[in-house]
Ligand binder design. Sequence first.
Ligand code: GLA
Length: 700
Amino acid sequence: MAIHLLPNRWILETRNSGYAFGLNDAGLLAHSYWGQRLAYASDYPAPPSPAMWAAFNGPAHLTPEEYPGYGGTKYIEPCLKVTFADGVRDVVLKFIAAEAAGQDDMQLQVHLEDEHYPLRVTLHYRAHEAYDLIERWVSIQNKGHEPVTLERVWSAQWHLPYGDHYWLTHLTGRWLDEMHLRHEPLVQGVKVLESRRLTTSHHHSPWFAVDDGTADEDQGAVWYGTLAWSGNWKTAAEVTDFMSTRVNIGINDFDFAWTLKAGETFVTPASFGGYTSAGFGAASRALHDFIRERILPNGDRPRKILYNSWEATYFDVDEPSQIQLAQIAAQMGVELFVMDDGWFHRRNLDNAGLGDWWPDAAKFPHGLKPLIEAVNRLGMDFGLWIEPEMVNPDSELYRLHPDWVIHFPTRARTEARGQLILNLARREVQDYLIAQLDRLLTENAISFIKWDMNRNVSEPGWADAPGDPRELWVRYVYGLYHVWETLRQRHPHVIWQSCSGGGGRADLGILRLADQIWVSDNTYSTSRLSIQEGFSSIFPANTMEAWVTDADPQIGSPESLRFRFHVSMCGALGIGGHLIRWSEAERAEAASLIAQYKTIRHVVQSGDLYRLRSAQKHALSALQYVSKDRSESVVFCFRTMMPQPAQLPRLYLRGLEPAACYQDAATGETRSGSAWMHVGLELTLGNFDSQIIHLRRTEN
Ligand code: GLA
């Protein structure tokens, strides 16, 4: 049983973890435990009832509340801040009732209500037993007749065991340079990470991991969490002056307000929190499994090897050039041909056309059909790039509806990449996009869509908003989800990619709609090694779209085609180079690497990931995938620049059956799993050299 209900105490258990809270003596809903699963329900500590410490720090401040509202003498970060119709800005939540429901994924609901105002706050919990994850979200219901203004409504406050010094691991980055892992001590005060950009952003990810500074990839207690939301978000990790550590996560309250009218309910996005005693590796494997099996719409479907024409033809697309690329791609074994930007009405550069989603008559006089049929005849599926949320001022759409963009009437509309953002909070914008894109997908045999978003917000105004214009931040995301969801339902065979100038929109919210993510516009393989590693903290390899592109002669990229392929083969392999310029020898080598990828794809895309040596820390890096039944494993090793003479450390594998025998497919060498793991491997790699080792279990 995943949920225990004791009198006024609740315990959620997963396979290895336990989470407990209850009503304390003061009637506050207090957190009491998150960690290793305990033997008996009676083992879980009672909710704490801290005593008064001083006039300045009373019990309300000292209690680790599950979901504190702003009010009274709580000076910590609250999860909920409201203003009632009469101007009162103080929430006093009282416990009303709790109930559990469901079978496999048991759900617990705890109802609280303000003691004076008819505002109901329901805390929802779901224990995902097999993944050691607790899901939390909150619904706020206005049961009265007057509106209530919500100014902050976070999804969860996650409490760490009291009184220790913790370290926070998180991701930072920027365009072309996403997903750097940072590991820093948490000290008294609040560490805030957030997006104010309307979307998830390249800069930080709504993900955290906390440990006591001693955990590593393979061992140690790690508490971690994430948020399924693709708009403005915030994490606020607070250490109080009484050494209580908690991480808040939710929709960003910066510039946020929501008018909750009589009878309405606001539901927050879900936050998922996990505990493991087995280090950062186990934490990400749990998230990978969960994302593949519970979040992704087609998590078990192998990702096709795609070719994308962007870096070859840029905006200069037409039927002959695309067919020429498609012919070469097909010969190399590519399965999906994707035409990128430049195909639609008057789109010759980035300064025109966005919004007009029909084929350009000069480039495609007979529409897209002839190209699609040619691609299909070559044995490949056809995919297309779109950027639905955007409009160029130089477009038919903007000329008709200049008021559809996000803007303030008294301010200049700041363009970025020559474009403005359509206000997807507006119903007519949603309807326009659904109609245009539905037609495109209905009239053409399109199997794959790359959904891009190439700028962030400015002047976030919504002049004729039906409610508070600051609802834009959330209603835009609802609108985006609605458009995408509607198209998915109408065209269920289509596979979708989330791109925002690379990894600007990577989160568990978008992965309910998108099958894979374009990780970065930076396709240099050495940069990719570390970007992909950061990405793997959260996301599984089948969502990690990775293209092989041309080495850049300007920066004298020393990586061979093989090295570049090996880096991309760590995820969902794609190719983005200018194939027409590839020599016969390069095309033949690419064909054999693609063939090799087809033999390991199932292990990479659905296996367990072990990061053996970090690419963000070391010039010699390695990662390993192990199939779920442990019958196969694929090891990737990369050496970038190391001064000579270089002494390469031995590489110790992980995750194999100790007593089973595994054979190296290339050399025939057979050893037990324990020997591969504990004797390890000696590598002989030169600078910018790489190696794949494919092990298969044999009869002992
Ligand atoms: C963004 C994407 C690229 C490409 C271009 C097209 O930058 O990240 O992959 O699609 O847009 O304009």
